[in-house]
Design a protein around this ligand. Structure first.
Ligand SMILES: Nc1ncnc2c1ncn2[C@@H]1O[C@H](COP(=O)(O)OP(=O)(O)O)[C@@H](O)[C@H]1O
Ligand SMILES: Cc1ncc(COP(=O)(O)O)c(C=O)c1O
Length: 246
């Protein structure tokens, strides 16, 4: 795990978090790992980065590592707005960073920022395809939080068609769903599963966490998702894949 910044809380719902810069430590950690001859890293998941300098630093390190899979969640905003503290300079840095990705997982707000095409969670296929293409990226783009017919899900382009994988929509806003979805997707892809199957599992695992979290009082949601059931099912899947070791 590479913390890119230590924050006292997440950035929504608690005012301004206290932050600790760890950029010096980051370079030292990457250098150390490269000295360990039997440490072979094949995948990376990048989430909230926080500032432009760290984006550039991560980009340089990802270029050095030459990984098989780099999933970047271009965390910049939600519900039509950039998160507090981010600006156009940060958007430019994220645009540079996502060039190192093999997969990116923007929500619709982030897809709009990356593509300069206006999209909403209710956009139709044609509009989403236009925005995905306008990003001009080699990475597979999977757009999260697309709502249709009482369901919510993620979509991606396959052979020129938009595939949408969904679950029931639980009313209300839940924090950390994008992070969980990205982590699950990268984990399942690391099992060499085909993309659509990995997305299905990631959508379902996120849904399970939202269902669990929805049982808590609403003012506790900002503390994050209840991952208990999702992690239980991830562990069962992993044990099943390594049957001889059970
Ligand atoms: N209210 C919800 N009910 C069910 N699933 C949800 C809900 N909110 C998010 N999800 C799932 O989590 C995924 C990522 O959520 P999203 O809100 O788009 O991410 P972000 O947190 O990055 O904005 C969605 O594509 C969906 O599968
Ligand atoms: C520190 C941090 N990480 C990640 C996120 C992204 O969260 P989500 O998974 O809801 O997109 C946020 C958003 O507020 C955040 O503050």
């Amino acid at each position: 795990a590479v913390p890119t910044k230590i924050l006292s809380t997440q950035s929504e719902g608690f005012g301004q978090p206290a932050g600790l810069d760890v950029t010096n430590w980051m370079d030292q950690a990457f250098t150390h790992w490269q000295q360990i001859s039997d440490l072979n890293i094949s995948s990376a998941v990048v989430g909230y980065v926080g500032d432009s300098k760290t984006c550039r630093q991560l980009g340089n390190q990802l270029a050095n590592l030459k990984l098989k899979r780099v999933l970047i969640d271009p965390v910049m905003g939600d519900r039509g707005k950039m998160y507090a503290g981010f600006d156009n300079d940060y958007l430019d840095s994220i645009k540079q960073l996502v060039k190192f990705a093999t997969v990116i997982t923007p929500n619709v707000t982030e897809l709009g920022l990356l593509s300069h095409v206006t999209v909403t969670e209710h956009s139709d296929d044609a509009q989403l395809i236009k925005a995905i293409r306008a990003c001009k990226l080699t990475a597979t783009i999977i757009v999260t939080g697309i709502k249709r017919d009482g369901a919510i899900g993620s979509c991606f382009l396959s052979d020129g068609k938009l595939i949408w994988i969904s679950s029931p929509l639980i009313p209300g806003h839940f924090y950390g769903t994008g992070d969980l979805f990205a982590a699950l997707l990268c984990g399942y892809l690391a099992f060499e599963m085909n993309f659509e199957a990995a997305v299905k599992r990631a959508v379902f695992g996120t849904y399970e966490a939202v269902v669990q979290t929805n049982q808590l009082p609403e003012n506790e949601r900002k503390y994050g998702l209840d991952l208990t059931k999702t992690l239980y099912n991830v562990a069962r899947f992993t044990l099943g894949q390594n049957r001889e070791e059970v």
